[in-house]
Design a protein around this ligand. Structure first.
Ligand SMILES: [Zn+2]
Length: 350
């Protein structure tokens, strides 16, 4: 099932549905806002409402009719997602992963390219002008839109200028300023600002009454959907364990090679993400900035003892490089081993 819509997305969705009801829904929407705010979730709810044969009075999809079932199964023929990693898959499950804003889950899928190519956009253009199989909307989503290269963006212009009937194009973006002005000016802009901390926290608690929602929010940089994903898939718990394991490593109670093996079995991208977030927090603390969780700050401070800013940046560079190499087919265990050896006291380093 699609996740319930958080309160801060209800007003924008209602506004879009009201525009649809009077036939004034713009054919190209640029939905922009910070990471993890729910841009893809908003798009998904709008799409489902448009496809559904028997929506309720508020325009919510029924979840029972044929188009609803097809969409939920990821098989609706009138919807396409264009994203850098995977080309033109039927998209409900993929959009759902984006809706959760879960970089680790996405990192598990093979990455062929980082950019959205002109070929992908041409295919989307062709898709959008063919007849809808259900006689209704034909919908394309480009996420993140700023991943389009210049040629790809240019090839989208004609569709933006002369859309077919009942065509909807949604561009999702964290950095709309990175899009060419020619694209931006042809879309209706819809900004989704981050909710207040209290509102995000209340939403998370409604989903996870028992979970440590504050810690999840802190670790997700305040991005509510990313925090929800951490609580959903047990990554928050894993995070606490990983920190203990790194502490054990520095005390010499566990070998880097065995820890790397263990971590790579669970998922190297997850742990590389943890290392990155810890280093960013250590650098913030070093620079006098606060870290949202006091308990985490104390542990990170102990781990960073004796490390100067230059060394912290060196380690952050190593982690960023490892993150980049995740896309290539090299041994993830070796990647983690190298990183963990870099955390060992000096005499033991390679
Ligand atoms: Zn339905």
């Amino acid at each position: 099932m699609t996740q319930a819509l958080p309160a801060w997305l209800c007003a924008p969705l209602d506004a879009l549905r009201a525009q649809r009801d009077v036939g004034r829904l713009h054919h190209a929407l640029l939905i922009h806002g910070p990471r993890g705010v729910g841009k893809a979730l908003l798009a998904e709810h709008l799409i489902r409402g448009l496809f559904c044969k028997t929506p309720d009075a508020q325009g919510h999809a029924c979840g029972e009719c044929a188009p609803c079932k097809l969409y939920l199964a990821g098989n609706h023929p009138d919807a396409r997602l264009v994203e850098p990693e995977i080309e033109h898959r039927q998209f409900a499950p993929y959009l759902h992963a984006i809706a959760q804003d879960d970089p680790d889950r996405k990192a598990d899928t093979p990455r062929k390219q980082r950019l959205i190519s002109i070929g992908q956009i041409r295919q989307l253009n062709e898709f959008l002008v063919t007849k809808s199989q259900f006689g209704g909307w034909r919908i394309g989503v480009i996420a993140p839109a700023e991943a389009m290269n210049v040629n790809a963006a240019n090839s989208l212009l004609k569709t933006l200028e002369e859309p077919g009937g009942s065509t909807l194009l949604m561009l999702l973006s964290e950095r709309p300023s990175a899009l060419p002005a020619t694209v931006r000016s042809r879309c209706r802009s819809l900004s989704i600002p981050a909710p207040a901390h209290a509102e995000a926290g209340a939403w998370l608690r409604s989903l996870h009454p028992q979970g440590d929602t504050e810690q999840a929010l802190a670790l997700s940089g305040g991005a509510p959907l990313a925090a929800a994903a951490m609580l959903d898939d047990g990554r928050l718990e894993l995070h606490g364990q990983a920190l203990s394991e790194l502490e054990q490593l520095l005390r010499g109670r566990v070998e880097p090679i065995s820890l790397a093996e263990q971590w790579s079995k669970v998922g190297a991208p997850i742990y590389i993400g943890f290392l990155q977030s810890w280093l960013v927090d250590m650098i913030r603390m070093h620079s006098g900035a606060g870290v949202p969780s006091a308990a985490l700050a104390r542990r990170l401070q102990a781990l960073a003892q004796g490390l100067d800013l230059r060394e912290l940046y060196r380690r952050l560079d190593a982690v960023s490089e490892a993150r980049r190499l995740l896309d290539r087919s090299i041994s993830l265990q070796a990647l983690l081993e190298d990183l963990l050896l870099g955390w060992m006291p000096t005499p033991r380093r390679r």
